[in-house]
Design a protein around this ligand. Structure first.
Ligand SMILES: *Cc1c(COP(=O)(O)O)cnc(C)c1O
Length: 382
């Protein structure tokens, strides 16, 4: 929703390429249900660009996570390790199947799952590890995979922020057995609401298609591999309408342009806020040498929660919308049933209180960004 009292919004979606033309083509083709030509184009583009064995577009990243939980046969009593600093869908998709989320604290530098805390959380009930590449900066995947493989536990990358980022030269989303993407309005590439499941481990490929199509082998039927389709497994309706896929394809085929533009916004913030932040003990995002980030967001971590709240209010006074981010999941009302408490994930608790995200979107103009930067630099700590 655009607030007209706001001069610079936090996020705003915009046309990047041929989205409207493609929507019209989809509608005029007479076939706008799921798994039609634009969905296939999106999937092929993803498969060819990030070199994954199968991409399936879905109704959301949340649903791709739910498909992951079904594919991994998550059941009541199982445990799933997730970062404490993430969106609710990361654990919720597994909780829906009866699993207990086990919260791992994050690293103070990247705000990603702290791989040095991971192994101590593994029990014989652990059935999945779900790292999130926060702000599109890769988690320490070598260590996470080494631990996961040693215990025989599959890894699902929640790559909602990280599409087109890399870790040690490997595309984010192609490293775990499964990965999930989001095309929600707030993400780099969008169709309003949408997502994708990336299947890297071939053993899940065929069942993923079936789960997405209400438990039927309709995908094989469409390809002419079977002469009728029938009910072969459990499943649900996770296919994306081709109207949305048409919009999505218009954005995806411009992915280089989107990433270039976002890189320039990110680097402008970072270079212009460098001196101001350094002299005040304000932290800027940290990107390890071996990570090529996905340019998803720009955030600052202020010294105290009070500073952060005053900072947001200061920008609001100048009609600039800056926002905080995830609240610690282990301290949420819903997580009380698993007995978490204050102090369990100290970095998450501390950062959550002090982090603020600056306006960041592909069509952000230099003029608007300059205003944000000017007003940020005016702010004095209390
Ligand atoms: C946005 C987001 C999701 C959910 O994506 P939807 O497509 O809205 O379901 C899940 N995980 C993370 C880390 C996200 O940022």
């Amino acid at each position: 929703m655009i607030d007209h009292k706001v001069k610079v919004t936090f996020n705003r979606s915009a046309l990047i390429g041929r989205e409207l033309e493609y929507i019209q083509a989809a509608v005029l083709s007479g076939q706008i249900a799921g798994d039609q030509s634009f969905s296939r184009k999106c999937e092929k583009l993803l498969e060819n660009t990030i070199a994954c064995s199968r991409a399936l577009v879905t109704t959301s990243c949340t649903h791709a996570l739910e498909m992951s939980a079904l594919l991994l046969d998550i059941r009541a009593g199982d445990e799933v390790i997730v970062p404490a600093f993430t969106f609710v869908s990361t654990p919720n998709a597994f909780v829906l199947r009866g699993a207990k989320p086990v919260f791992c604290d994050v690293r103070a530098d990247t705000l990603n799952m702290n791989e040095t805390k991971l192994e101590a959380l593994i029990t014989r009930r652990t059935k999945a590890i779900v790292p999130v590449h926060y702000a599109g900066v890769g988690c320490e995947m070598d260590t996470i995979l080494e631990i996961a493989n040693r215990h025989g536990i599959p890894v699902v990358e929640d790559n909602a922020h990280g599409l087109f980022g890399k870790y040690k030269g490997r595309w984010l989303g192609t490293i775990g057995a499964l990965a999930t993407q989001s095309f929600h309005e707030t993400k780099n590439i969008t169709c309003g609401e949408g997502g994708a499941l990336i299947v890297n481990d071939g053993q899940y490929r065929q069942r993923a298609e079936i789960l997405r199509e209400k438990g039927t082998n309709r995908a094989r039927f469409f390809r002419g591999e079977v002469d009728k389709y029938s009910w072969v497994d459990q499943g649900s309706s996770y296919v994306m309408s081709d109207v949305l896929a048409a919009f999505l394809f218009g954005q995806l085929e411009q992915w280089n342009l989107v990433q270039e533009k976002r890189r320039s916004v990110w680097q402008r913030y970072d270079s212009q806020l460098q001196d101001w932040s350094r002299t005040r003990g304000i932290n800027r995002p940290f990107v390890p040498e071996h990570c090529e980030q996905a340019w998803h967001m720009y955030y600052l971590v202020l010294p105290t929660a009070a500073d952060r709240d005053r900072f947001i209010a200061h920008l609001a006074d100048h009609r600039i919308k800056a926002v905080f981010h995830y609240l610690p999941l282990h301290l949420s009302e819903f997580a009380a049933q698993w007995g978490g408490g204050i102090g369990d994930c100290p970095v998450t608790e501390s950062v959550s209180d002090r982090l603020v995200r600056l306006p960041f979107y592909t069509s952000l103009t230099e003029e608007d960004q300059d205003l944000v930067i000017r007003k940020v630099i005016e702010f004095e700590l209390g």
